[in-house]
Ligand binder design. Structure first.
Ligand code: FAD
Ligand code: MLT
Ligand code: ZN
Length: 493
């Protein structure tokens, strides 16, 4: 399609034959193998979440055991059959769908909790377990998953580890590189690496699991995860605040770090345009959702606290809010009174991604930048789109295809989500935005991927964030693990 730049199918990869299908049928039950009868049968598996990328695979396999995955990889590696590992397919960089006819290997049938130790908080589970289900299981046992994100209802633990997803709790609990204690991985030739350790301290040589965290299915298929989970805090508060100037966010953040300190569990920001899109979209899909504040403001902040003593937390938060509202830094705000209000406030943040593409399409950029310069990227992008004559305006430019660039994200981690909402995907818009956005990020010494990864979208832009030496070493690692390149080809490095 128009969204697939000049890549050609690698002719070294075999086109599936009836013999291959027979082999798959010999080890998989009918529930573990879907063969397309019709062109659109496998749309869900072939199309990414943003509907930007679409592959043409005819077969999805969903093995129920690690041993079956091992047999299949061994066979595919020998036969040079290209394979795309797929979790919940919520990836935002075109990494989880085939580019051509690669075999889709879905982890969704490998979804059990293997064990949980309440004393240490160490959980072992299959890669295909859904994040929200695991989080609910942990909450029933007094703990919680150290990662939370808007896609929790669909994304899998294995997919999250494969992308090294960040999300809303990273500010409190750190990244998966710190929390994952062990992995079980099927290597491209079918070898099973059982590294399901449950030790917090283990300095016995190279930390191999780290290579697979964030490797986006390019060097192995993650089948099991051992992870440290924190105790579920007894008290949670969420406040939704408004400020007039981006600089004020910095002031509020600095104060929150010092006054809320150890109880702060999220510090997110949203700009006015992202909230306007969300108001419109939520109005259409859920007319009952009222906006938390009466007026519109240039920027909003969502702060979550979670601690062990409600009275202490409430007192800290009230004093903090009195201060920032008293000196005029925060100009309006509200605080959730119960669990349903907490969920309601979070929804205004978590529905932004869906709202950004509700006008037709969205160009997504997920970047790390120094906090003080973070929002300038949104302003620069809007100016560029306007200069190129693409910005829609009912009166002056009704033909414009771009609704606008909006900014939101995990600002406490220096992570901006720049989303350019558009009416469709087309080459003119892409040329206006790329490499412009990546160059701007590189000039500001940021990262072109804070948490979503490289996938297909950013492969050719990797050099904006990695040196030639780093890219060479990454290629060496890929070749070491996957000399025939059968795992998730055309992506990453
Ligand atoms: P998929 O999308 O299926 O796959 C992701 C990548 O990992 C692909 O390259 C795939 O080939 C590979 N892969 C999947 N499973 C395995 C496996 N078992 N072994 C090896 N490789 C595998 N990301 C963030 O970091 N923070 C956020 O806050 C966040 N919020 C999101 C909100 C929404 C609404 C959506 C749609 C996405 C969001 N994401 C976020 C993107 C994020 O990458 C995913 O939600 C999640 O990490 C992907 O999990 P998944 O199971 O859907 O994996
Ligand atoms: C988020 O923080 O909402 C996610 O990373 C998803 C997105 O930006 O679209
Ligand atoms: Zn995010």
């Amino acid at each position: 399609s128009d969204n697939y730049p000049q890549v050609k199918r690698n002719t070294q990869f075999k086109k599936l034959t009836s013999d291959d299908l027979e082999y798959f049928q010999s080890i998989l039950s009918p529930q573990e193998l879907i063969v397309a009868k019709d062109r659109d049968d496998l749309n869900f598996y072939n199309t990414d979440w943003t509907h930007k990328y679409k592959g043409q695979s005819n077969i999805v396999i969903k093995p129920k055991s690690v041993e079956k995955i091992s047999l299949i990889m061994n066979y595919c590696n020998k036969e040079r059959i290209a394979v795309v590992p797929q979790g919940g397919n919520t990836d935002l960089v075109g990494g989880s769908v085939p580019i051509f006819d690669e075999l889709i290997l879905s982890l969704s049938n490998l979804n059990k909790i293997r064990s949980f130790d309440e004393l240490t908080g160490i959980l072992k589970c299959d890669a295909g377990a859904i994040l929200e289900e695991v989080d609910n299981y942990l909450k029933d046992n007094g703990h919680l998953f150290p990662l939370d994100l808007g896609a929790k209802g669909s994304c899998q633990i294995g997919g999250c580890v494969a992308t090294n997803a960040g999300g809303q709790r990273l500010i409190r609990y750190g990244s998966l590189h710190g929390n994952v204690l062990g992995l079980e991985v099927v290597l491209p030739d079918g070898t099973i690496m059982d590294s399901m350790h449950s030790l917090r301290k283990d300095n016995t040589g190279y930390d191999l699991k780290q290579l697979f965290i964030g490797s986006e299915g390019t060097i192995g298929i993650i089948t099991g995860i051992s992870i440290l989970t924190p105790t579920n805090p007894k008290a949670t508060n969420v406040s939704f605040l408004a400020v007039n100037d981006f600089k004020d966010i910095e002031t509020v953040f600095k104060k929150a770090k010092s006054d809320l300190n150890e109880i702060m569990s999220a510090f997110e920001f949203m700009d006015m345009k992202s909230m306007k899109l969300t108001k419109k979209h939520l109005g259409e899909v859920d007319g009952t959702m009222s906006f938390p504040l009466e007026n519109d403001y240039p920027f909003y902040i969502l702060i979550e606290t979670s601690g062990s003593n409600k009275d202490h937390d409430d007192a800290k938060l009230e004093k903090f809010l009195e201060d920032v509202m008293g000196d005029g830094t925060v100009v309006d705000g509200t605080m959730a009174q119960d669990v349903s209000e907490i969920e309601h406030l979070w929804k205004w943040r978590e529905m932004i991604p869906e709202s950004c593409q509700s006008e037709g399409a969205v160009y997504k950029y997920d970047v790390s930048l120094p906090l003080s310069q973070l929002y300038s990227l949104v302003e620069l992008t809007n100016a560029k789109v306007k200069k190129d004559g693409l910005l829609y305006d009912a009166e002056t430019n009704p033909e414009g295809q771009v609704i606008g660039a909006v900014g939101y994200g995990h600002i406490g981690d220096g992570n901006l989500h720049l989303n350019v909402a558009t009416k469709e995907y087309n080459k003119t818009i892409e040329k206006c935005l790329e490499p412009y956005v990546y160059e701007a990020v590189s000039d500001l010494k940021g990262s072109i991927s804070a948490e979503h990864g490289i996938g297909f979208q950013k492969k050719k832009y990797l050099h904006y964030s990695k040196s030639p030496v780093e890219i060479k070493l990454m290629k060496d690692i890929k070749n070491h693990f996957d000399p025939h390149g059968v795992l998730n080809p055309y992506k990453y490095v």
